[in-house]
Design a protein around this ligand. Structure first.
Ligand SMILES: Cc1cc2nc3c(=O)[nH]c(=O)nc-3n(C[C@H](O)[C@H](O)[C@H](O)COP(=O)(O)OP(=O)(O)OC[C@H]3O[C@@H](n4cnc5c(N)ncnc54)[C@H](O)[C@@H]3O)c2cc1C
Length: 505
């Protein structure tokens, strides 16, 4: 709207909004009685997800006058509301249920009738979510962050119009602006999402009944986590994956194979190298036509529920990017430089709606770094040391390069492996599935990648991340004392196996 006025970049909204200078077609709209404008802020953040809320808190701590605009009604974005947190609550409790059903007798624990109360299971998930989202609101207050509930769109390069959730409009003006609008599930062409029978992860964390059968389209992390939840609760789950391995291309092939074997043992069926051609939800069951990725005989899969988990795409709809001449690339990402600046330097972008892995902790790192760039001119995120975790049981976690990537790079490397069957804590826990695999440069011994499948892999990977961040060699890790008996000793032993020999295997 303001773009048509061709404001110079430095013009403030105050001067821009002088009604007398507006063309008559625009003026009546701006004269709507409930529109208000606010003082200029040092920083305005669009999106209160992990990227946005962390940046807001950091900005408050740095003494910046900061406003965060969020349209969802609660803070925390995808991660806290419909992503990391609710999915982990369901993973944790469904694992407990599964363990009580199948893994207590041999431990000397005898239990009676075990039943699932789905309503209560969902309630306990909701309690975790609301506790955490309210916690972020508290942190906003503590750090003097102004929180505006509403939908933001650019009116100019410094002006943002907010459609307030409670009704009315407000103009917010920022010297600096951060876009942190996140991502959304990528739809599957031809399958209409209703979040009941054809669902995304958002529907998968809120089903009101355990479906008899579920087909998951996409064998990546989200698909396998949600598939695990419903399989443990009693659904017959089939995962259809276009690639020849599960876990996505980032997962080490050896680990992916091991993970698939364990998940298969738990009752999940896999159709790899298979593509979904189309679906029909008109009957009692949803019918999916699938065929071999390279072409072949068609097959029809019947399911009560189909989970579409083929990935996520950046979300920038309704932001009014066209009003300020910002464009997205062919994948929908906002283009930025190494300091998160768009081509309009005071507008920066972080989190899922720009480059890099769509992970909450990556978004969080960027939230801190971007404020440091604004305030001090420097910041730090090491994109080579961002861990990934799949919270199935066993968990799968990795950081750095996988073996296929190192091989393709032509670097000479060595590998050390240590199985949890040889780890004393895993043995005492009767939970010995999996191994630790370390890849190091053959000449320098510097660790290039760490890959773990096993209970608590998501916790253990922190040590691998620190090792890579500090440029550690496998010998550095192998010569570091690790408490006994802990699963982390498997990490030490894998490091020892990389530069020499493990003791216990
Ligand atoms: C099921 C699931 C499980 C996941 N599990 C994990 C996990 O275990 N670990 C992990 O690291 N990551 C996980 N993720 C990914 C993680 O949730 C995202 O990477 C993270 O939320 C990205 O943060 P963000 O702030 O960039 O975006 P988001 O969290 O998506 O936040 C963006 C916010 O911007 C708001 N917004 C958008 N447009 C506007 C507008 N115009 N005006 C105002 N507000 C707006 C949205 O409402 C949203 O709240 C998971 C995701 C899903 C879906």
């Amino acid at each position: 709207m303001l773009r048509s006025l061709q404001l110079p970049r430095a013009a403030t909204a105050r001067s821009a909004f002088k009604q007398s200078s507006l063309p008559s077609v625009i003026a009546p709209r701006l004269r709507r009685s409930y529109a208000t404008e606010s003082e200029e802020k040092d920083l305005v953040i669009i999106g209160g997800g992990v990227a946005g809320y962390v940046a807001a808190i950091k900005a408050g701590q740095e003494g910046l006058k900061v406003t965060c605009i969020e349209k969802r009604g609660t803070l925390g974005g995808t991660c806290l509301n419909v992503g990391c947190i609710p999915s982990k609550a369901l993973l944790n409790n469904s694992h407990l249920y599964h363990q009580i059903l199948h893994d207590t007798k041999n431990r000397g624990i005898e239990v009676g009738d075990v039943k699932i109360n789905l309503e209560q299971l969902m309630k306990s998930k909701d309690t975790a979510v609301s506790g955490l989202t309210k916690g972020v609101e508290f942190l906003f207050k503590k750090n003097n962050v102004e929180y505006i509930k509403g939908t933001a769109s650019f009116a100019g390069e410094h002006e943002i119009t907010v459609n307030l959730t409670e009704g009315g409009e407000k103009t917010v003006v920022g010297k600096n602006i951060i876009i942190a609008t996140g991502s959304e599930a990528t739809p599957f062409p031809g399958l209409e999402i209703d979040e009941k029978r054809i669902i995304t992860s958002t529907g998968a964390i809120a089903l009101t009944k355990v479906p008899e059968s579920m087909v998951v389209i996409g064998g990546g992390i989200i698909g396998l986590e949600m598939g695990s939840v419903w399989s443990r609760l009693g659904s017959k789950v089939t995962v259809v994956e276009f690639l020849g391995q599960i876990g996505g291309p980032g997962m080490d092939a050896e680990v992916a194979k091991a993970a698939q074997k364990v998940l298969k043992k738990q009752g999940i069926d896999f159709k790899l190298s298979t593509k979904v051609m189309g679906g029909d939800a008109s009957g009692e069951k949803v019918k999916l036509q699938v065929e071999a990725a390279k072409g072949g005989k068609e097959e029809t899969l019947d399911a009560d529920v189909v989970l579409v988990a083929i990935g996520r795409r950046p979300y920038t709809a309704g932001l009014g990017l066209e009003n300020i001449g910002l464009e997205t690339d062919d994948k929908g990402r906002l283009v930025i430089d190494s300091e998160y600046r768009t081509k309009i330097p005071h507008i920066r972008v972080i989190g899922d709606c720009t480059f890099g892995p769509m992970l909450a902790h990556k978004a969080e790192e960027e939230g801190v770094a971007v404020v440091e760039y604004i305030k001090k001119g420097y910041g730090h995120v090491n994109y080579g040391a961002i861990p990934s975790v799949m919270y199935t049981h066993p968990e799968v976690a990795w950081v750095g390069q996988n073996e296929q990537e190192v091989k393709a790079s032509g670097v000479k490397y060595k590998v050390g492996n240590f199985p949890f069957t040889a780890n004393s804590r895993a043995k005492t826990n009767l939970d010995t599935e999996g191994f630790v695999k370390i890849i190091a440069d053959a000449e320098t011994d510097r660790i290039l990648g760490v890959h773990i499948i096993g209970a608590s892999a998501g916790e253990l990977i922190a040590e691998g991340t620190l090792a890579i961040e500090y440029g550690a060699s496998s010998e550095d890790v192998g010569r570091t004392s690790h408490a006994h008996p802990t699963l982390s000793e498997a990490f030490k032993e894998a490091a020892m196996a990389t530069y020499g020999k493990a003791i216990h295997f």
